[in-house]
Write a protein that binds this ligand. Structure first.
Ligand code: SAM
Length: 337
């Protein structure tokens, strides 16, 4: 069976990658940010990635014409889904200036509008929506409940729950809210309890960062000969050397510990976590290291400047979480590959 996806607000494609690992093929990925699109192009050679504003009517026309041409090649048994996480900064507790006036918050509704239109034309089977937990806080709950009503009136039976990357073999605490909608024609309500978690003790920072090449903190903070993203920010701050591993008290100077999972990879304002090797690696993590803490494979590459890498890695869904959701959707729809 062919498993097709449309990816909205794709970012670096963390969610896409998880779905790809479960056997899906993204036929079109859209993001307004050029470094997201170039990152997708570099890592998913068969995928058409387009830089476009999803608020513009022309972008919806582009989506429709792309699916129409792919639909010609689809077998009747195909599965078609939409995945995406609209920007969450407007809802984030990290954003002090957030509030109802943030125009990014309207994008959750735009996601629902696009979903309705695509479902009307092509009979979608499912969608997956991801966001920060603050979306269901008292302050922003009205966005969430309105979006859920829109998902339902677009033709989906929905369910939602929080998932934490730590439960999926990723050495990081990262709690996010997911909504999964299944077309009412399937008569299936997605059950989050049936998603397979990775048992045993949680993975820790040392499990993925130990043994990587050191960066020269007296010089260039750079081992791009090893991996293009194994580079860290400068300049050196003398304060970093004083922070103990596991000390997470200061907002801008949190230091990871080898034997613990990482705190959430979310590096707004350049507040990248500090490497656990005190005295040797008194520096912030390289993006390559952050990428491994997010569960990306070692050969993934972020494109653009360092600030773009940091943004993309911070905003991504941990791919193993996407993979587990994708596999459970297949299982709950009774599809065996
Ligand atoms: C939370 S990130 C998505 C991360 C992605 N799900 C992943 O797993 O890597 C949200 C994305 O929405 C994009 N975006 C924001 N406004 C947009 C718009 N008007 N049209 C298209 N993309 C937009 C941002 O550039 C950002 O990459």
């Amino acid at each position: 069976m062919d498993l097709f996806l449309l990816s909205l607000f794709c970012g670096a494609g963390g969610l896409d990658l998880g779905f790809a690992q479960a056997g899906f093929r993204t036929v079109l990925a859209i993001d307004i940010y050029k470094h997201a699109v170039s990152t997708i192009a570099a890592n998913f050679p068969r995928l058409e990635a387009v830089q476009a504003d999803l608020c513009e009517p022309e972008t919806l026309e582009l989506i429709i014409s792309r699916i129409r041409s792919v639909a010609l090649t689809m077998t009747p048994q195909r599965l078609l889904g939409v995945i995406g996480g609209p920007p969450c900064q407007g809802f984030s507790v990290m954003n002090a200036s957030n509030g109802d006036s943030d125009p990014r918050n309207q994008l959750v509704f735009r996601y629902a509008e696009i979903l309705r239109e695509i479902n009307r034309l092509f009979d979608l089977d499912f969608f997956v929506f991801e966001n920060v937990p603050a979306l269901v806080s008292r302050k922003y709950e009205k966005y969430f409940t309105t979006a859920c009503s829109m998902f339902e009136s677009a033709g989906f039976q929905i369910s939602y729950d929080f998932l934490d990357s730590i439960d999926f073999g990723v050495p990081q605490y990262r709690r996010r809210i997911f909504v999964v909608g299944i077309n009412t024609q399937h008569d299936v309500r997605f059950d989050f309890q049936r998603i397979a978690r990775v048992g045993g003790s949680p993975k820790c920072v040392g499990d993925v960062l130990r043994g990587l090449p050191s960066l020269d903190v007296s010089n260039d903070y750079n081992r791009q000969d090893f991996h293009p993203n194994h580079r860290s920010m400068r300049p050196y701050s003398p304060k970093i050397a004083q922070i103990e591993p596991g000390d997470m008290k200061r907002k801008s100077f949190k230091r990871l510990a080898w034997h613990l999972p990482s705190a959430t990879v979310a590096y707004g304002h350049n507040e990248v976590h500090i490497h656990p090797a005190k005295g040797d690696q008194d520096r912030r993590l390289s993006t390559y290291e952050a990428m491994l803490l997010q569960g990306f494979p070692q050969d993934f590459e972020f494109r653009g400047p360092l600030t773009a890498w940091q943004r993309l890695v911070s905003e991504a869904v941990s791919p193993p979480v996407g993979k587990a959701i994708a596999e459970s959707i297949l299982e709950q729809l009774g599809i065996r590959l």
